[in-house]
Ligand binder design. Structure first.
Ligand code: PXG
Length: 457
């Protein structure tokens, strides 16, 4: 028997009656009702009307191994029977969380062998904020408190993660920008580069970090936090010289570098971590999403030995969550990492599916008038929509090009997300070449329909 046997209308009605959705205008949604997703397999999801939809977003950038993997399901099931829950607060631990640490130390870059667990990317980023400040307190530098990140960054939705992020509309809701957070500009060359070459722009955006540190005083700055490639911000790949310069500045001013790997981690960019793809040597890394492929909520902060060494001298760490190191979520994460390894998914993304998808969209860009730029690495990609490609003219807000295109995707059984005037995607790492062909074909059709709507075909 199927779980929860109702029809679409009943579900829509109940959803209206009982749920407020995240990042959604509730009145607008209630007027039209939600789309109810009832099952999934591989790269596809099905809605309650029986439509089979290609999920080119892997849920919300997270289902790296694809849907329906029995290895993950059975690992969770077994652990649920054995020990569904126990805490890790009072000098206790459990086998799955212990084994997960060992496995993570193998797949993360050299020097990362300690992990602090929580359940979401937001909580893990809160942990980063608290631990980096603690790190400096332990060393007798309690004034080093300010965290610098970037405008238009997304690091989560708790109060600290909202402040750490650079989404102004999030800060504006409820006065959510806490003191102690500063933001510099993002390295988005296509939209913000003006007349500068990519190199000049990369350097100038990285040097904003130096200027900000000098303005605040290095003795007041704890850390710089950023994603290797900004995901929710619109898949922004920095110029090649950006990260080396950031690294230089962090070292020169004795600032910790915390890299948010929530989207880029676990094979997304063609290496295990985005830091490896972009040549970054972080002090801390935030892990979530692909850690369990979203099958259960779990996240972690990976701590480099040089940070752990200091924390060992600092006495009690007054931080933690009921579900830190949850045994069932840890067991699923272990099965997920083993699945990625056993199926060579990272290598496949790097050598085959990643280049195939990136090249496919670059070729489409050459023949499609709406595509101004394709950005991405591995299986994370964005296509920048433009009204006039040669003169690089964007659409007006009223033309609502991103949402128009997104709606055509929905109607054509393809999930791609609109970020302003870009369409972004991050399909499961298990996506096949023929499924990428389907994605390219559907994307082209939806772009054609969007161009037609706007009188451009
Ligand atoms: N860091 C990054 C880089 C993220 O992308 C988080 C932290 C927060 O993770 P949790 O698990 O607390 O949600 C994220 C989450 C979007 C979208 O619209 C992206 C995310 C979440 C919700 C919406 O692209 N990323």
């Amino acid at each position: 028997m199927k779980n929860f046997n109702r029809n679409t209308e009943q579900w829509k009605q109940l959803d209206r009656s009982h749920q407020i959705h995240p990042f959604t205008d509730p009145a607008q949604l209630n007027a039209k009702g939600t789309r109810v997703i009832i099952k999934a397999e591989g790269s596809y999801i099905w809605d309650s009307e029986g439509n089979k939809i290609l999920d080119a977003m892997a849920g919300l950038w997270c289902v790296n191994v694809g849907y329906g993997r029995s290895e993950l399901i059975e690992a969770g099931n077994r652990q649920m029977k054995e020990l569904p829950y126990y805490n890790s607060f009072f000098q206790t631990s459990n086998p799955p969380q212990i084994e997960l640490g060992r496995l993570l130390s193998e797949v993360t870059p050299e020097g990362f062998d300690h992990f602090f667990y929580s359940s979401s990317g937001s909580e893990a980023n809160d942990t980063v904020v608290r631990l980096v400040r603690h790190y400096w307190e332990v060393q007798g530098k309690p004034t080093k408190k300010v965290i610098i990140s970037r405008h238009n960054a997304y690091h989560g939705s708790t109060l600290a993660a909202t402040s750490l992020g650079g989404m102004k509309y999030m800060h504006d809701m409820g006065g959510s920008l806490l003191p102690g957070f500063e933001h510099i500009n993002q390295p988005h060359w296509y939209l913000e580069g003006g007349d500068l070459s990519e190199e000049e722009f990369g350097l100038s955006r990285a040097r904003e970090l130096e200027e900000k540190i000098l303005e605040l005083g290095a003795e007041n700055v704890a850390a710089f936090v950023a994603e290797p490639i900004q995901g929710a911000g619109g898949v922004i790949v920095p110029p090649d010289n950006y990260w080396p310069e950031i690294q230089r500045i962090c070292t020169a001013y004795d600032i910790l570098l915390a890299v948010d790997e929530v989207i880029c981690g676990f094979g997304r960019t063609g290496k295990w971590f985005g830091s490896e793809t972009m040549g970054i040597r972080p002090d801390l890394m935030t892990l979530a999403k692909g850690l369990s492929s979203g099958y259960l909520p779990i996240s972690a902060v990976a701590l480099h030995q040089r940070v752990v060494g200091v924390l060992m001298e600092g006495g009690e760490i007054n931080h933690g969550y009921t579900y830190s190191g949850h045994p069932v979520a840890s067991a699923v994460a272990i099965a997920n990492i083993n699945f990625i390894r056993d199926h060579g998914l990272v290598e496949m993304v790097n050598e085959l599916t990643g280049p195939y998808l990136q090249e496919g969209f670059r070729q489409l860009a050459e023949r499609h008038r709406l595509i101004g730029e394709v950005r991405g690495r591995g299986l994370i990609c964005a296509i920048q929509l433009v009204k006039d490609k040669e003169q690089k003219i964007l659409f007006s807000k009223d033309e609502d090009v991103g949402n128009r295109c997104r709606n055509h995707c929905f109607d054509n059984n393809l999930i791609m997300r609109a970020v302003d005037q870009s369409m972004v995607m991050s399909p499961p790492l298990t996506i096949s070449i023929s499924e990428i062909d389907e994605l390219l074909e559907k994307a082209e059709r939806c772009l054609d329909l969007t161009a037609r709507d706007l009188g451009l075909s």
